[in-house]
Ligand binder design. Structure first.
Ligand SMILES: Nc1ncnc2c1ncn2[C@@H]1O[C@H](COP(=O)(O)OP(=O)(O)OP(=O)(O)O)[C@@H](O)[C@H]1O
Ligand SMILES: [Mg+2]
Length: 320
């Protein structure tokens, strides 16, 4: 008896100690896991906070660039129209023509900015529309050359057109493709002080590959992706004489991708740049669904189904 009592006394505490230890181990493990989850949640929170800060910076950048880009041409238009109001200036044909040219240029700059901001907001809202028609890409490029020749000549730059023989007609949005090429050509003219700008088009399977090459200042490799971001201007810091909001290339990229193609570049600083983009010969609508538009469609659907449910329940009440 004594020995059994002793033995129970000996085993008892060791078993309860074991149980206690396993309980402590379990709790420690649980604590470790919740600590891990907490750390993960903290990291996610930090990431969200950083994203919010980034959005805030972008929003402020947007406000400052757009107000500057709107303010500058408006000041110029106001100033020159006030000058034209003076009789002696108005009577001087040379000065009048020069001032009117500035006013026209600045109003074009204003409407370009407003049009681009509208395009971007339509892209974000998923309300951008494409107008499909059948056209000859060679004729389109000739059209662009004709339109851009004057401003190229003013800088002593030659516009060259090279197109493959027998290029097929395209069935897609002519105006959007024109807008992409015009943006690329006007960039090339803007960032080139002498030489040429070459517009090319060739067939590549079910696509047409367009390219715009210049002999301008070039773009460093590290800027290749950034220049397609909204409001990003790579040469802004050392060339303050050029104008622009940094929207052109972001619009080119959005349009190209929405139409089912790709855009990229090759460049050498000090030697020149070539921008390439592809676009399907025949337009398909597969890429046009935007998340925002989908959400609004879903909310419309759920509103409709709620209405239907309400009507059903009212009818069944009336029957009762
Ligand atoms: N052909 C080019 N040669 C050299 N740099 C270029 C060329 N095209 C674009 N870039 C660089 O890429 C940046 C972004 O171009 P983007 O067309 O988006 O803006 P922008 O021309 O400055 O303004 P916007 O097009 O809104 O008038 C430019 O500011 C410039 O630094
Ligand atoms: Mg541009």
């Amino acid at each position: 008896m004594v020995s059994s009592k002793n033995s129970s006394k000996n085993t008892g505490p060791s078993e309860s100690a074991k149980r206690l230890k396993s309980l402590v181990d379990k709790r420690t493990q649980e604590l470790k896991e919740s600590n891990k989850k907490l750390r993960k949640a903290q990291a996610e929170l930090r990431k969200v906070r950083e994203e919010l800060r980034y959005i805030d910076v972008k929003k402020n950048q947007f406000m400052s660039i757009t107000s500057h880009e709107l303010q500058t041409p408006m000041t110029s238009i106001r100033g020159f129209s006030q000058l034209l109001n003076k009789e002696e200036v108005f009577k001087n044909t040379k000065r009048r023509k020069r001032y009117l040219k500035i006013i026209q240029g600045e109003s074009r700059r204003l409407s370009k900015l407003v049009r681009e901001m509208l395009d971007l907001s339509r892209i974000d809202l998923g309300t951008l529309k494409f107008h499909v028609s059948t056209f000859d890409p060679v004729e389109l490029i000739q059209d662009i050359k004709l339109q851009m020749d004057r401003i190229a000549k003013e800088k002593g730059i030659l516009i060259i057109v090279k197109t493959d023989k027998g290029l097929p007609e395209m069935t897609t949005d002519r105006e959007r493709i024109k807008q992409i090429i015009m943006n690329l050509v006007s960039n090339s003219i803007k960032y080139t002080s002498k030489g040429s700008v070459t517009i090319e088009a060739k067939k590549d399977g079910d696509f047409i590959q367009f390219s715009v090459a210049d002999t301008g200042i070039g773009i460093a490799k590290k800027e290749y992706n950034k220049i397609f971001e909204r409001f990003y201007q790579a040469n802004y810091s050392y060339d303050r004489t050029t104008t622009g909001a940094g929207l052109g290339l972001s619009i080119c990229k959005e349009f190209t991708e929405l139409m089912g193609g790709k855009i990229w570049l090759n460049s050498k600083v000090g030697e020149g740049t070539v921008f390439f983009f592809t676009t399907p010969i025949k337009f398909t609508t597969s890429k046009l669904e935007s998340p925002i538009r989908n959400k609004s469609k879903q909310s419309k659907k759920s509103k409709k189904s709620k209405k239907r449910k309400k009507l059903k329940s009212r009818r069944s009440k009336r029957k009762r």
